[in-house]
Design a protein around this ligand. Structure first.
Ligand SMILES: Nc1ncnc2c1ncn2[C@@H]1O[C@H](COP(=O)(O)OP(=O)(O)O)[C@@H](O)[C@H]1O
Ligand SMILES: [Mg+2]
Length: 485
């Protein structure tokens, strides 16, 4: 079977390389030519046979007739008169009124010797026919194809033979063949036009699709191809358009994501800078002030002789040191909640909330459920920061007495709700503005993890933050990187 595929391969190497136009035309014209050839041959054969059979029948009728006519002349035994009569008959039956061409008529004796003949050349010698019978057969003679009809003369006196030329048949077959060839040629012309039209229909949309594909490849997703017809190629065009539409959509989303990420990074950097400024100020304003006053107090203590006064100073110093320690603690806490690393999310949040309630006098109800084991680090940090920002906002803006937090694991995601019953704000208007980095920042954090943030708030109606983050985070780097600008 190897040669099989090998030959097919070689065939396809040649044929496959031809354009669709050539292929279609080749098939159409090949089929027409084959059909013409086949029909032509078949027609010729059938026609020839039919006409020949008819001619044989005609020859036999003619032989009957001639037999009767020449009967008496044969009996008279005058070869010259017989020949004249035969010539007359030949002339008569080869004339225009009859559709026959008689090449020879001859009469032989019972030994096979020729008694009279109309031909100047010898007809082929044939075996004698049985008495009272006739025989018709094909012969190739000096006159060409001939149907030879032989009839026994009555009383075994010899036989009569008539040679009917087949020229007429050949002529008719020739005419029909010419007609078939002409029709085939005409069909080739029609087939050529049809094939040209078909390939035009096929290749025009394909060419425009190829062109559009190149444009898309070059990064332009705005191309659309026209839908020429409601057929399969039209469907292909439709599918192509749908594909470029979704490519364009994906590209737009990618840009939005990039933009969001850039914004977020900028926001984070600014926030970090602000944080540093604040810490620097705090260190300067409060911690270094406290340390300076400590220095002063220590110097005074050095010079104090009175033991009681010294005791009092030491008490003051201790309280300053205590305060400073608290401040440094608070500062360190704000910088990085290490409890998250040590205790995990829920314990860290519990601690944060207890501290928050004490500091701001807001009652916080919280429910943590179905959280299972530890969540991915970045998810824990994000949830912690969202809750921190939400509670800080409540303390700063809401004037609320109560807040509630629901954090729960769901199949495939984590859901968080932070609510208060405070003054509320116009959430729609607020989110448009870019200068408040708190809510913007948590939205970006959440979006980076593939989640969503919804803010519901009306002035006077409290505020709710709804956050949902998938558990298999969509890493921003997982997005396709090919960027053609
Ligand atoms: N819980 C809340 N209650 C009332 N107003 C709020 C609340 N959270 C946010 N806001 C309003 O939305 C604004 C934007 O908040 P945010 O982005 O955190 O910025 P910031 O806290 O720095 O002002 C706040 O200035 C405040 O007016
Ligand atoms: Mg805020």
């Amino acid at each position: 079977m190897i040669w099989h595929t090998h030959w097919f391969q070689r065939f396809w190497d040649v044929v496959g390389a031809a354009s669709v136009r050539v292929k279609v035309m080749g098939i159409v014209i090949g089929v027409i030519v084959l059909l013409g050839l086949f029909v032509g041959m078949q027609m010729r054969g059938v026609l020839y046979n039919t006409l020949e059979t008819a001619l044989m029948r005609q020859g036999i009728d003619l032989a009957h007739f001639v037999l009767e006519r020449v009967d008496r002349t044969v009996e008279a035994g005058d070869p010259q008169a017989l020949r004249d009569e035969l010539l007359g008959l030949q002339d008569h039956y080869s004339g225009n009124g009859h559709n026959t061409l008689i090449d020879y008529v001859l009469v032989t004796g019972n030994e096979g010797e020729i008694i009279a003949t109309t031909a100047d050349q010898a007809a082929p010698v044939l075996p004698p026919v049985a008495p009272d019978t006739m025989r018709a057969r094909n012969l190739v003679t000096v006159w060409g194809d001939v149907i030879d009809v032989a009839a026994a003369l009555p009383g075994g006196a010899g036989e009569l033979r008539i040679g009917l030329g087949e020229d007429n048949i050949e002529q008719i077959v020739q005419v029909v063949t010419t007609q078939i060839v002409t029709i085939t040629l005409a069909m080739i012309a029609v087939g050529f036009a049809a094939a040209a039209f078909l390939t035009w229909i096929l290749t025009r949309p394909i060419s425009s699709l190829v062109e559009a594909t190149r444009t898309v490849e070059a990064g332009d997703y705005s191309v659309r191809v026209p839908r020429w017809a409601k057929d399969e190629i039209g469907e292909l065009a439709e599918a192509f358009n749908a594909m470029t539409r979704s490519l364009a959509q994906a590209e737009r989303e990618r840009r939005e994501r990039d933009h969001l990420r850039a914004n977020y990074i900028r926001g984070v950097i600014t926030a970090q800078e602000d944080e540093r400024k604040r810490i620097a100020r705090e260190l300067h304003d409060s911690t270094s002030q406290a340390l300076t006053s400590l220095l002063v107090s220590l110097r005074q203590l050095e010079q104090t002789q009175d033991a009681r006064l010294a005791q009092q100073r030491i008490g003051e110093i201790r309280s300053v040191v205590n305060n400073t320690l608290d401040e440094v603690h608070a500062l360190a806490w704000q910088l990085r909640p290490t409890v998250l690393d040590d205790l995990g999310l829920t314990a860290a949040l519990q601690r944060y909330i207890e501290d928050y309630q004490r500091r701001f006098n807001v009652q916080v109800d919280f429910v943590f459920r179905h959280l299972g084991e530890r969540l991915p680090v970045e998810l824990e940090t994000t949830l912690y920061r969202v809750i921190q920002e939400g509670l800080t906002n409540i303390a700063r803006h809401a004037s609320a007495r109560n807040a509630s937090i629901l954090l729960e694991g769901r199949p495939g995601c984590v859901r968080l709700i932070v609510e208060d019953n405070g003054v509320g704000f116009d959430a729609g208007k607020q989110m448009v503005s870019q200068k408040n980095l708190g809510l913007q920042g948590i939205r970006e954090r959440v979006t980076l993890l593939g989640g969503s943030l919804t803010i519901e708030s009306q002035p006077g109606q409290g505020t709710s933050l709804f956050v949902e983050i998938p558990l298999i985070p969509v890493a921003p780097d997982a997005q396709p990187k090919e960027v053609k600008e």
